[in-house]
Design a protein around this ligand. Structure first.
Ligand code: NI
Length: 182
């Protein structure tokens, strides 16, 4: 597979550019994407077979089962980062090794239904919190240890709306791959 084709599979909705400023309308649109994510994932899981959920979305990529567990873990970390940024003055958040997390046994052994239920509850709480933020709170910042620039919560909401679209597109690619990348 050519590099540009691999990149197209890896970044089906493109990347995320951190915005200079964010409108209220944009925040609402992003929050809707995040709020809709668990139902969209549930639909994909419900409409796929157990065999299809083992199909990677690209050569060497994650399959649907791994993507569900990954988004649950990633968004759990995000909720914690929001809580930190809202309760401490520009905290340095903790990064995590997403491939290391994916290599643990729960990604293979834990019933997918548990992570789906977890995503539903997690997103309900997370979106509830994000929807409640004042303009001032949306401008609160934190430091990601791997990046020099401080990040705002407003821009972070966009980052996670992108993350939802990014991995939903992967799940759709996995189904349409017909298992070609196994
Ligand atoms: Ni991800």
């Amino acid at each position: 597979m050519e590099n540009k084709d691999l990149k197209q599979l890896q970044y089906p909705v493109g990347g995320y550019d951190w915005p200079e400023s964010v409108s209220e309308e944009q925040i609402q649109e992003w929050l809707q994407t995040i709020a809709d994510f668990p139902a969209a994932v549930l639909k994909i899981v419900k409409e796929s077979t157990a065999a299809q959920r083992e199909w990677p979305y690209r050569p060497g990529g994650w399959n649907i089962r791994q993507l569900v567990h990954h988004t649950a873990d990633s968004h759990l970390n995000s909720l914690v980062r929001f809580k930190w940024a809202l309760s401490e003055d520009c905290p340095t958040i903790k990064a995590y090794d997403q491939n290391g997390w994916a290599a643990q046994s729960d990604y293979t052994n834990t019933d997918l239904t548990l992570s789906l239920n977890f995503l539903v509850a997690l997103h309900a709480r997370w979106v509830d919190l994000m929807r409640s933020l004042t303009d001032e709170e949306l401008q609160r910042k934190y430091k990601h240890p791997d990046h020099d620039e401080l990040r705002t919560l407003a821009g972070t909401i966009g980052g996670y709306a992108w993350h939802c679209r990014h991995h939903l597109a992967h799940m759709q690619l996995a189904i349409s791959s017909n298992g070609d990348y196994q």
